[in-house]
Design a protein around this ligand. Structure first.
Ligand code: COA
Length: 173
């Protein structure tokens, strides 16, 4: 059955819970979106303070209501350790883009592979997407390794207009 954007989807994997962000998560969202280490290869503007983090959560929830974005926080052992998002969702185009961030202490343990696989399956099976793309900095070795490990292919001819150093990867159902 297809997903109709009423109840926010909670996704569970062996180790993780992927869930909606609320006002209780403002501090961790600020951490994830302001850290220079986590965002080294991310071109979009850093969030500067709690007010901007709160506004970011509100904008995610508003875009969810418009069926354009699903932003999940990733919980591991009862703490938020990262985030994953499907955005620019287009039902007509059966298309979405994926993005992700993990706190440094939790990287290289297979955690984002676990989250990514769950979200891709949700996108294909529940949102009826046929294409998911990822835009990633050409030097972001970790992100490129994650994508290639999980079946994304590099699209050499597709160019990112906003950030010319980005490379675009795609997975099809
Ligand atoms: C990209 C990121 C999410 C990867 O998450 P992760 O949980 O560490 O990834 P996984 O442990 O599932 O690893 C997936 C594959 O990538 C490889 N990999 C992960 N980090 C790597 C690194 N720093 N260098 C080389 N390979 C790496 C893993 O070895 C694994 O491949 P393998 O199974 O063949 O060994 C994480 O590095 C991160 O949050 N980076 C900062 C945020 C960011 O850059 N986001 C992307 C913006 S486009």
């Amino acid at each position: 059955m297809s997903f109709n954007f009423t109840e926010y989807p909670i996704l569970k994997t062996e180790r993780l819970i992927l869930r909606k962000a609320t006002d209780l998560d403002i501090a961790v969202v600020l951490e994830l979106r302001s850290s220079e280490e986590i965002n080294k290869f991310v071109g979009t503007k850093r969030i500067q303070n709690l007010e901007e983090a709160s506004a970011f959560i509100n904008s995610c929830n508003s875009l969810y209501d418009q069926h354009k974005r699903i932003f999940w926080l990733i919980e591991f052992q009862n703490q938020v350790i990262g985030s994953i998002v499907l955005h620019n969702i287009s039902k007509v185009g059966a298309y979405a883009e994926i993005g992700y961030k993990l706190k440094p202490n939790f990287q290289q343990k297979g955690i984002m592979t676990e989250a990514l696989q769950k979200v891709i399956t949700f996108g294909f099976d529940k949102l009826a997407l046929t294409t998911i793309e990822a835009f990633t900095h050409k030097n972001n070795i970790a992100s490129i390794a994650l994508l290639e490990k999980n079946g994304f292919v590099f699209l050499p001819k597709r160019k990112c207009i906003t950030f010319n150093y980005n490379r675009i990867f795609k997975i099809r159902k």
